[in-house]
Design a protein around this ligand. Structure first.
Ligand code: HEC
Length: 192
């Protein structure tokens, strides 16, 4: 991650960490839904921008087959940075390319809900965590790596995908399809 991007994130994380560590008042430390929705939106936007910039640069310099290596959000240092603030961020899908991104039961339920309702981001609260979940839709550009093999996905791109992801099931999508979701977890401090 470029230093300028880390600097842009710093104030947000500072506010967030102060909020999550605020002493209990009347036994209730929960921030309002709108605060978590706003934080989730900003974290996802920042992560998406970083991924998209890296991907666009890689595609521009050496093409889609080369760019396959730049689509893993865990390859970027911000994931460690967030974890220090008690936040995890990941993408999940019921037809994953990377098996680590396979949707768990909560994520599967929400994917089905998003598919039926076409709704936007929402929160799920548990006693110790707040989950922010946002649908990810397929855009035209994504078809180069998630569309029809042999037609939208060029043979050399397909070869690069198959080399890294033996169990890939993330092809055959159409523009506008639900591809997966962003899942941000805010862990509440256990002492509160
Ligand atoms: C250059 C090829 C490429 C392009 C273009 C691309 N992806 Fe991917 N995508 C991948 C690869 C490779 C992975 C596996 C990353 C990993 O290991 O976590 C992936 C993973 C994902 C995942 C995580 C779930 C999973 O299947 O592992 C989502 C969601 C996703 N892509 C959505 C998109 C969307 C939306 C677009 C368009 C805006 C897009 N991708 C464009 C190659 C691409």
């Amino acid at each position: 991650m470029r230093p300028v991007q880390l600097l842009a994130l710093a104030p947000l994380l500072f506010v967030l960490v102060s909020c999550l560590n605020r002493p209990a008042e009347n036994g209730n430390t929960a921030l309002s839904d709108s605060v978590y929705l706003e934080l989730g939106d900003q974290l996802v936007a920042q992560t998406f921008d970083t991924l998209r910039n890296a991907l666009t640069t890689a595609i521009g310099s050496k093409g889609f087959a080369y760019a396959v290596a730049f689509c893993d959000e865990n390859a970027y240092p911000f994931t460690t940075y967030y974890q220090e603030a008690g936040i995890t961020i990941r993408r999940a899908s019921d037809r994953p390319r990377n098996p680590q991104n396979k949707a768990d039961s909560l994520e599967t339920a929400l994917l089905n809900e998003f598919r039926a309702t076409r709704s936007t981001a929402r929160l799920v609260r548990t006693p110790t965590e707040v989950h922010y979940i946002k649908p990810i839709l397929v855009q035209g550009m994504c078809l180069n790596c998630h569309g029809l093999p042999g037609e939208e996905i060029k043979p050399e791109t397909l070869a690069a995908i198959n080399e890294r992801y033996a169990a890939d099931s993330a092809t055959g999508y159409k523009e506008g399809d639900l591809r997966g979701l962003w899942h941000v977890v805010f862990k509440k401090n256990a002492e509160h």
